[in-house]
Design a protein around this ligand. Structure first.
Ligand code: FE2
Length: 300
């Protein structure tokens, strides 16, 4: 399978023909990375100061929460904080408007989540193998169970020195899942209740979320897998953007600096072909539903 699907030059305000929209939708849901050459995100001169990693607190990125219109992860205060918020919010709203047009099929089901600015280098900030994003992995959130909702991310390399952002992209999700499934421990119901009760997790962690976390860890922990699995190195040039379902695409961020990222979530039911989702794929392998309880508890 081709890992990359190029969408030829599209400005942020582009409108897309129905055939381009369909190509993008099918490629994304099949687990490919959409690549937008030349889609740069210009900063105003006075905003270049936010490309300095010194704006960060202990976090790996400065983030913008659209639900609260607030920023975090930064030591900036007062006027600096206000200007930084304007910048990340501009990326956030631009990214949303762009994907709403390209992925019109999803309509309002595509929900905008947090955006981030990552001014620090991708390489050389590792504390533990579990947090080491230079190892191939699929995204899953330890403290925010998704209950099967998709994680779609739109990235833009804004490096001012022309430095590319380098990823490795691994094998298709179904192959990853089948390879590791036999070694993933089953979830403990009581344990997940306790996590929820003590608010370690925001809501009950579904069996799906449990398996996705285990899968994330099993991939990263396996040194031989990291070396030997079928993979491709991709360099995203400065001034380009790319998008993928990060819960599905096996990826590793190897190098690069200065990146914007906008996260979206989507219920599996809103997909054109839900069978390709990690939830449905894991359910086929498990032979049972993996997010039922989560849906019921959210509805109730
Ligand atoms: Fe990731």
């Amino acid at each position: 399978m081709e890992r990359l699907q190029t969408i030829e030059f599209a400005g942020w305000d582009a409108t897309f023909s129905s055939s381009v929209r369909q190509t993008a939708l099918e490629a994304l849901e099949a687990g490919r990375v959409l690549y937008f050459p030349g889609l740069s995100f210009p900063l105003e001169d006075h905003e270049n100061r936010f490309l300095d990693p010194a704006i960060l607190d202990q976090s790996k990125n400065a983030s913008y929460n659209p639900a609260k219109d607030s920023i975090g992860g930064t030591v900036c205060t007062d006027g600096d904080a206000a200007d930084l918020k304007v910048l990340i919010r501009r990326y956030s709203t631009t990214a949303q408007s762009f994907l709403n047009r390209l992925l019109a099929h999803y309509g309002p089901a595509l929900k905008r989540e947090r955006a981030s600015l990552r001014p620090a280098k991708a390489e050389g900030r590792v504390q533990s193998w579990r947090k080491d994003d230079t190892r191939l992995h699929v995204d899953s959130f330890p403290s925010k169970p998704t209950g099967g909702r998709r994680i779609l991310r739109l990235f833009c390399n804004v490096n001012p020195n022309g430095r590319p952002r380098t990823w490795r992209v691994g094998e298709p999700f179904e192959d990853v899942a089948k390879r590791f499934w036999p070694e993933l421990p089953a979830p403990g119901y009581i344990n997940r209740q306790i996590l929820s009760l003590f608010r370690v997790t925001k809501g009950f962690r579904s069996a799906y979320d449990h398996y996705m976390l285990q899968l994330h860890d099993a991939m990263k922990a396996d040194e031989e897998y990291q070396r030997t699995v079928s993979q491709e190195t991709i360099h995203f040039p400065a001034g380009s953007a790319w998008a993928c379902y990060a819960d599905q695409v096996s990826h590793a961020a190897m190098a690069g600096q200065h990146q914007f990222e906008q996260t979206f979530s989507l219920p599996v039911e809103a997909m054109e072909n839900a069978e390709t989702s990690p939830l449905r794929t894991l359910e086929r392998i498990a032979g049972r539903a993996l997010a039922e309880h989560h849906r019921l508890s959210q509805a109730g």
